[in-house]
Design a protein around this ligand. Structure first.
Ligand code: SF4
Length: 265
């Protein structure tokens, strides 16, 4: 695999000018937590959210000396070498990050190549779609499963937790529902921000009628990524916040089951 120092031109809206390559933070060849079965996972550079609990703080910037610039062909060579393992476990590939939608042309091209090889594709996204155009539709047409991180439906708490409003994420969720796109919601249970009954009910009410979403994955907060904040020279603001107790997770599970969704955690 080639490693380059890259300084891509990025536009003010976060997109860079696409020239056939993706800016990749890292690759996990046999991931087990980012979708069904074993997954070949690409962690993309770039994210415009600022989640207080972010466990991939080092993916935020699109410009970085440590990233790799890879073509679809270079990535596919690796994917093809793993495809029997991936298929045997009901797995496939996952694009995550950072936020993969910021490099949606590359993900579209990569997923198109995967589907040509009959490989399951999964998009793990915070829903921060900047453009609703043929590229996004083409990407979604080649996506078997969207895993949508819905961090908080209440706009004020979302802003406090994520640094920006949730308008774009909610719009994306509605768009997926209109398309009847198979999707799973991921909900991080963060003590003091998303672990209360009201927040769980707001989520249930928002997705309750969305037939394209059959499952909600509950992810209890953990501070495993805190050290990356320090490495990036930032203060981790959730120091001292403990993972939610199991009873809290079970209680939220019960609330969301009341809205007709399968819950996994
Ligand atoms: S959306 Fe993901 S990568 Fe971006 S700040 Fe939040 S947790 Fe980190």
């Amino acid at each position: 695999m080639q490693t380059h120092t890259i300084h891509p031109a990025a536009s003010s809206d976060g997109h860079r000018h696409y020239h056939g390559k993706g800016i990749v933070h890292s690759i996990e060849s046999c991931g087990t937590v980012d979708g069904p079965g074993l997954r070949f996972v690409l962690f993309m550079q770039g994210c415009l959210m600022r989640c207080l609990y972010c466990h991939n703080r080092d993916t935020w910037d699109m410009r970085t000396d440590k990233a790799q610039e890879l073509s679809v062909d270079e990535v596919m060579k690796q994917v093809i070498s793993y495809r029997h393992y991936l298929r045997a476990t009901g797995g496939g590939v996952t694009a995550t990050g950072g936020e993969p939608l910021l490099q949606y042309e590359f993900i579209r091209d990569w997923f198109t190549a995967c589907k040509a090889n009959d490989i399951h594709t999964c998009l793990d996204t915070n829903g921060y779609a900047l453009h609703y155009d043929h590229i996004l539709d083409d990407l979604l047409d080649h996506t078997d499963l969207v895993m949508l991180d819905l961090k908080q439906v209440d706009p004020e708490i979302h802003k406090a937790l994520v640094g920006i409003p949730n308008t774009k994420t909610l719009k994306f969720a509605r768009y997926l529902a209109e398309r009847n796109q198979a999707a799973r919601v991921r909900y991080v249970i963060v003590p003091g921000y998303t672990d209360d009954d009201r927040s769980a009910h707001l989520l249930g009410e928002f997705i309750g009628d969305m037939e394209n979403i059959d499952t909600v994955e509950l992810l209890p907060y953990h501070e495993l990524g805190a050290h990356k904040w320090e490495l990036c020279g930032d203060a981790y603001k959730l120091t001292g916040v403990r993972p939610p107790p199991k009873e809290t997770v079970l209680h939220i599970k019960e609330i969301l089951e009341g809205y007709g969704k399968n819950i996994i955690y």
